[in-house]
Design a protein around this ligand. Structure first.
Ligand SMILES: C[S@@+](CC[C@H](N)C(=O)[O-])C[C@H]1O[C@@H](n2cnc3c(N)ncnc32)[C@H](O)[C@@H]1O
Length: 196
């Protein structure tokens, strides 16, 4: 898995584009591998296409729609996906996720865009789920600052991490989902399964 995209990962890390931590990505990829019923995936937050390609690489039957608000990122992703020969299975949509409207029903929705919007993304795409669809959220720990705000003295970081804490509370109390929390993995991940 990692051998397929070392170049893209290295370059984007140098440019300080946030990609999902390797540990988190490997947990997500293993989860998709173990759940053979997952074939239709929506990703919110493409960046340069790394995570989409990792997920598509699990098996050939996987089809991914990935949504990216930033044009430069979306174009870079299209380029990278084409270079890896995955353009027939991964479609990049350049649009704000909250404006992306589709009738497709997904088996897994990977939420990895604006942290303050996680609840809105979830509500927006709930119509595109079936019982058993899994929402996956990254960065729920935000380098530990969500649980320990003293780790940062940056005002906007503290505001953002407060929003993430509120989202965690919302998700843990929402009875439409059965949620598995992995706060010590990657940068804090949760798998929220839509109940029947
Ligand atoms: C953390 S990066 C995604 C990383 C990518 N999933 C990976 O691991 O390779 C978040 C991306 O979400 C995009 N984004 C932010 N707000 C968005 C929105 N409302 N709709 C779609 N994309 C958004 C950003 O431009 C950024 O490229």
């Amino acid at each position: 898995m990692k051998d397929l995209m070392p170049k893209i990962t290295g370059e984007t890390r140098e440019e300080h584009i946030p990609l999902m931590f390797d540990e988190g990505m490997s947990i997500l990829v293993n989860y998709i591998d173990e759940h053979k019923e997952i074939n239709r995936i929506l990703e919110i937050g493409t960046a340069v296409g790394w995570s989409a390609m990792c997920m598509a690489n699990v098996r050939d039957s996987i089809r991914i729609d990935t949504v990216e608000i930033d044009l430069d990122m979306a174009e870079a992703a299209v380029h990278n996906i084409r270079e890896n020969g995955m353009q027939d299975r991964i479609r990049v949509h350049h649009i704000d996720a909250l404006w992306y409207d589709t009738a497709t029903v997904y088996d897994l929705i990977f939420v990895d865009a604006a942290k303050a919007q996680y609840e809105n993304y979830t509500e927006h795409f709930l119509k595109n789920t079936h019982p058993g669809t899994v929402f996956v959220y990254d960065n729920l720990s935000f380098h530990g600052i969500v649980d320990d705000p003293a780790l940062s003295d940056n005002r906007s970081t503290i505001q953002l991490t407060r929003k993430i804490r509120e989202f965690r509370t919302w998700l843990s109390e929402d009875e439409r989902f059965e949620t598995e929390w992995m706060m010590d993995k990657g940068d804090g991940i949760a798998f929220a399964k839509v109940k029947g």
